[in-house]
Design a binder for this molecule. Structure first.
Ligand code: BG6
Length: 502
């Protein structure tokens, strides 16, 4: 899969970025290319074509990106290394063009042909759609019509599609249909950046590279699973986007479901992309569709986060003063298969929560406690395995131990592995891995059409239900809290409670 240090540089390729002047290009794609250069994993010969509608020259594009990268590196006390930057800068070409104008695609075809000869790129091209989602279908269609999606067995043409992939089941299906008109499934790389996170990929290593966990990874031993993606940030100036999206669409059928899939999928027979993707797809098929009773929504009020006063969602820029958009969602997900029947997966995610914390917490069943009848139940905290995805990436096992002293008194203790302490480096953010995998044609970490559609299918009844019933008590949680009280009821009715967000 993605152990970059053991891999070869990818083949010569032209990377074409639609949305060359956008935030994603600046913040994630170009830094990822720089990091690939650092590990010697850029294609030995490559071109970087930036397409956007602004009046810019290649020199402007180069210098803007360089300046932003240098500023980002400076925040980590690093300075930009010209030796790494130069090969990227040399490959850059800016092409002014409107994403919906046929003319832009014929210019692109000419430029690709010219660079292909000049730089000997083997006819390979990777089209990266770093643009608003409304452009995905038009760009793919126009690339197709211009003959740019065509592969002849010796070269490759690939398409990277960012999130959001549709806003409900029908739109996801329609988008898949458009993309598949000109590109074959194996040419399409649907990104969910959570899958690029080292800690998320490590779930597979933990489960399948150890004899210890898999035998107890089932309903005989596991009581329930809690998956939390808590954010302390608000909507970061994205009011227009968020008012159309909300927490459920933004996070649940994509990022949180990917964490569920990694935790719940059956072991694949190999690490081949199709074997892994097939197991994930099977898992999604076994997930019950959510009903309104399985979900709780919330919206933040004014409050304080890390000691700073912050406004209510309804007071954010480009947000309606009476907005009913949710900034928090919690759900109770059931997987109807032999491994998981009867083991709820409780998911929650929200903006402006107490702190930033993403974790998968697996709670094992209690021991039969006849031996400890005198010990109050809440002191007999059951065993937990906590996979901390970010920040402070770690894996922690909590279990009971005898407190030193004459009495048989128990205390919950922990063993912990921390990425930073063990590997002496923080885990990578992930875009490097995803771009590299796309360059070498490894689809393991990308979503297949059926997965995306199955995930939308699970949340569809809630989307429809929420459209017809307005939330009653919005805003219903203070910024800086752990979310709405109603989210506690979701677990309380099963006799359980959430772990603290910390
Ligand atoms: C994005 C969402 O996909 O993921 C954002 O649109 C969210 O709203 C972000 O903040 C979270 O990603 P990360 O990597 O910062 O945890």
């Amino acid at each position: 899969m993605t152990a970059i240090s053991h891999k070869q540089p990818p083949p010569p390729t032209a990377i074409v970025i639609f949305g060359a002047n956008g935030d994603l290009t600046r913040r994630l794609i170009v830094p990822a290319l720089y990091n690939l250069a650092r590990t010697g994993m850029l294609p030995p010969r490559f071109a970087l074509i930036g397409v956007d509608h602004n009046d810019k020259t290649t020199e402007d594009w180069q210098s803007n990106l360089k300046q932003f990268l240098a500023e980002t590196l400076a925040k980590n006390n690093e300075s930009l290394d010209e030796k790494l930057w130069q090969p990227i800068a040399r490959g850059m070409n800016f092409l002014k063009g409107d994403f919906e104008d046929d003319g832009a695609y014929s210019k692109l075809a000419d430029l690709l042909a010219e660079l292909d000869i000049k730089d000997d790129l083997g006819g390979n091209a990777l089209f990266y759609m770093a643009v608003a989602d409304r452009f995905f279908a038009p760009i793919a269609g126009k690339l197709g019509k211009a003959g740019l999606a065509r592969q002849d067995g010796r070269n490759f043409r690939r398409l990277i599609v960012e999130k959001p992939f549709g806003h409900d089941l029908a739109s996801a299906k329609a988008l898949n249909k458009c993309l598949l008109e000109y590109f074959a499934e194996e040419q399409i790389y649907r990104i969910d950046h959570f899958l690029g996170k080292e800690t998320v990929q490590n779930i597979m290593a933990l489960r399948f590279a150890n004899g210890l966990f898999e035998p107890i990874w089932n309903r005989d031993r596991i009581d329930h699973v809690q998956i939390t993606v808590a954010e302390s940030i608000g909507i970061e100036g994205r009011g227009n986007f968020y008012e159309k999206t909300g927490a459920l669409r933004d996070m649940l059928p994509n990022h949180l479901f990917q964490l569920v899939a990694m935790t719940a999928m059956e072991p694949p027979v190999s690490f081949e992309a199709e074997d892994i993707r097939a197991k994930k797809a099977e898992m999604f098929k076994a997930v019950h569709s959510l009903s309104l009773g399985d979900v709780v929504r919330g919206q933040y009020d004014a409050g304080s986060v890390a000691g700073q006063a912050v406004p209510a969602y309804r007071a954010e820029e480009n947000v309606a003063a009476d907005s009913n958009i949710e900034t928090f969602v919690a759900a109770r997900v059931l997987i109807d298969n032999w491994r998981w029947a009867g083991v709820p997966f409780y998911l929650r995610t929200g903006k402006r929560l107490a702190t930033r914390s993403t974790e998968i917490a697996i709670r094992f069943k209690r021991a039969p406690f006849a031996l400890f009848r005198e010990t109050p139940m809440d002191e007999l905290d059951a065993d937990w395995l906590i996979l901390r995805v970010q920040p402070d990436e770690s894996i922690r096992l909590r279990f009971n131990a005898k407190r030193p002293g004459p009495a048989m008194a128990l205390e919950s203790v922990a063993m912990e592995f921390k990425y930073k302490d063990w590997f002496k480096q923080a885990p990578a953010v992930g875009y490097e891995t995803l771009i590299y995998d796309c360059l070498i044609g490894d689809t393991t970490l990308f979503q297949r059409a059926d997965q995306v559609e199955a995930a939308w299918g699970v949340v569809e009844p809630v989307l429809l239900g929420w459209e017809s019933v307005a939330p009653r008590h919005f805003p219903n949680y203070s910024a800086g809290s752990e979310g709405p009280i109603a989210a506690n009821d979701l677990l309380a009715r099963d006799g359980r409670s959430w772990r603290a967000i910390k």
